[in-house]
Design a protein around this ligand. Structure first.
Ligand SMILES: Cc1cc2nc3c(=O)[nH]c(=O)nc-3n(C[C@H](O)[C@H](O)[C@H](O)COP(=O)(O)O)c2cc1C
Length: 385
């Protein structure tokens, strides 16, 4: 049975500003699609102002990315109402309210994680968003409204957490994603996954038989699908959201068979020189030990073929991603794309030198040239052996 036919755990791609933009989402949709994707967050105030035209490009998506949820932040309920109407009109499958962002600029507006300290406003925001999501325009019916939050503001306190979660459950959002850290812990301290099990228990008690009214997704430091499944099993969560582990790893959600299919064109190229097939290019065991080693934070020990496979795959996808970024984000700062270079270019001989050259590039053409030169150099060295 394919992962997409499985109801639980739901695997979601986390919203990440300047990372999960339209270009990266399209790459992920092609190489390893999760069950649901979230856009990076956009400001409700911005959407309801003359600045809307600058924000709409961030909300561009293709059918292949669906189901896709738009994430918004803000502190004015009336702007959530208007934004929900707009997001529904744009054809999104859901709208997610950010109640977890620790960024100073967001907190200053009374938005993001600080809403944990303002339950009345948080509820009003959810209600207005639901009202906007019910109105016609775009698809028929009600567009699901979900929340992404944290386990607390300054500290984790079981009683306070229960109170906060209950505030959210009273509004019956379609889902609540809980980043298992407080706002104060940012993304640094180890996540408290035991609290996700607590959240599931609170939800079950709150709804009784109707617990599907609000799904609980856990989030924080999940490294792979296997890791997500294990954490969902232990916590009882309906789903798991994964963020940073997808950097330079857009096939994170892909099945083993799909990853094998990526090896075929590279193997074909090398077959001209020696007897190579996709199967002996990269073995099943290799893929799993690679995932496992990341999970256990160990250095991955692998054979030369495996290194070549991951290098070839990463560099070819890096170029595809860069070209797509440039095509979609005409005029946007190219440095945003460079965030990905470090993640794609690692774990193989010469990666550091290559990275330095790539960081000096100003556009996709220059990136292509650097990669070509690297390839020629690599082949030349290999032929001397
Ligand atoms: C670069 C970056 C940008 C982020 N932007 C957002 C955002 O726009 N909205 C949001 O709710 N969370 C955002 N987050 C938090 C992630 O969604 C996620 O909760 C966090 O990274 C923990 O999950 P992980 O350990 O799987 O990465 C961001 C995180 C990173 C690293």
């Amino acid at each position: 049975m394919s992962r997409r036919n499985l109801d639980r755990p739901i695997l979601a791609l986390a919203p990440m500003a300047d990372v999960t933009d339209a270009a990266f989402r399209r790459i992920i949709a092609k190489y390893g699609k999760p069950d649901v994707m979230f856009t990076e967050f956009v400001s409700c105030d911005g959407l309801c102002s003359s600045g809307q035209k600058n924000i709409l490009p961030i909300l561009k998506f293709t059918k292949k990315e669906r189901p896709i949820v738009a994430q918004v932040f803000g502190a004015k309920p009336e702007n959530f109402y208007e934004s929900a109407k707009l997001i529904k009109k744009l054809g999104f499958d859901g709208i997610d309210i950010n109640m977890g962002c620790p960024d100073k600029k967001v907190i200053k507006q009374g938005a993001g994680a600080v809403l944990i300290n303002n339950p009345k406003l948080a509820q009003e925001i959810i209600r207005q968003t639901k009202k906007g999501a019910r109105l016609s325009g775009g698809q028929a019916g009600e567009m699901p409204v979900s929340i992404k939050t944290r386990i607390g503001y300054d500290k984790y306190d079981k009683k306070e957490f229960k109170k906060w979660l209950t505030v959210l459950l009273e509004c019956e959002p379609a889902a609540i994603t809980i980043h298992a850290r407080t706002k104060k812990e940012m993304s640094l301290a180890p996540p408290h996954w035991d609290i996700i099990a607590e959240a599931v228990k609170i939800r079950d008690e709150f709804f009784g038989d109707k617990k599907d009214k609000t799904l609980i997704l856990g989030n924080g430091d999940v490294q792979s699908v296997a890791d997500a499944e294990e954490k969902a099993r232990i916590s009882g969560a309906d789903g798991v959201m994964i963020g940073r582990a997808v950097f330079g790893n857009p096939w994170l959600f892909a099945s083993e068979k799909k990853i094998m299919s990526f090896a075929t064109p590279f193997a074909a190229r090398r077959r001209e020189k020696s007897k190579f097939s996709a199967e002996n290019y990269v073995s099943r065991a290799t893929l799993f030990s690679y995932e496992q080693s990341k999970l256990e934070n160990k250095k991955y020990s692998c054979g030369a073929n495996d290194i070549i496979f991951f290098r070839d795959l990463k560099l070819s996808v890096l170029l595809e991603h860069t070209k797509l970024f440039e095509k979609i984000n005409k005029g946007q700062n190219f440095d945003v794309m460079k965030k990905h270079f470090k993640s794609y270019v690692s774990g193989f001989p010469g990666a550091k030198e290559l990275r330095i050259k790539l960081m000096a590039c100003k556009n996709a053409k220059e990136v292509e040239l650097v990669l070509k030169n690297y390839h020629y150099l690599y082949v030349a060295i290999a032929s001397l052996r």
